[in-house]
Design a protein around this ligand. Structure first.
Ligand code: PNS
Length: 168
């Protein structure tokens, strides 16, 4: 009997980085279907709206036919059940990620036994990249090419020049 393995790759993706993209590429090879799921959480005061983040993600995952983009709120395990996913995919960049990821994975397992969390180690070339640092460096005038997809860099540039104009 053939069975389709569906995984969810959840996150804030504010914005998507090349580290996220690497995980998406590798996840798309491991699973039959990969759903990249953006958390709709306005309390985090994101730089980009959910709509903008959906657009950015859709643009960069176009190359992977078995990858789709969705958004969710509430519990991740409930969203996983709604989308009939068997796996949650998360990346680990460094030991500092491990503690949070361990706690979250164990809580998710308690909430929904049988839903497995699979961790992939970040490619070492990306292990220092985070959305938070990308925004900080970019906001202070640093170079971020190679850290985010070119379409995301262009969007960041538009966003920064708009906010400069507002402040002018
Ligand atoms: O990119 P992030 O911010 O590290 O992603 C965190 C995310 C979205 C995976 C996590 O905050 C999450 O799953 N939130 C949904 C709410 C939930 O299910 N909370 C209980 C987790 S134990």
């Amino acid at each position: 009997m053939s069975r389709s393995l569906v995984a969810i790759y959840p996150g804030s993706f504010d914005p998507i980085t090349n580290g996220h993209l690497d995980l998406i590429q590798r996840g798309s090879r491991l699973f039959d279907r990969l759903i990249v799921a953006i958390l709709r959480n306005e309390t985090k005061s994101p730089l980009f709206s959910v709509h903008e983040r959906m657009d950015m993600l859709k643009e960069v995952v176009k190359a992977y036919p078995n990858v789709e983009v969705d958004s969710f709120d509430g519990l991740l395990v409930d969203f996983a059940a709604k989308r009939s996913a068997q796996v949650l995919l998360r990346g680990i960049r460094a030991i500092s990620d491990y503690e949070y990821e361990l706690q979250t994975a164990l809580m998710n397992r308690r909430l929904r036994p049988g839903l497995e969390t699979v961790f992939l180690l970040s490619n070492e070339a990306h292990s220092f990249i985070s959305s938070r640092l990308v925004k900080e460096v970019f906001g202070l005038g640093g170079k971020i090419s190679g850290l985010v997809p070119p379409s995301v860099e262009a969007r960041l540039e538009r966003r920064l020049s708009k906010s400069k104009r507002k402040g002018a």
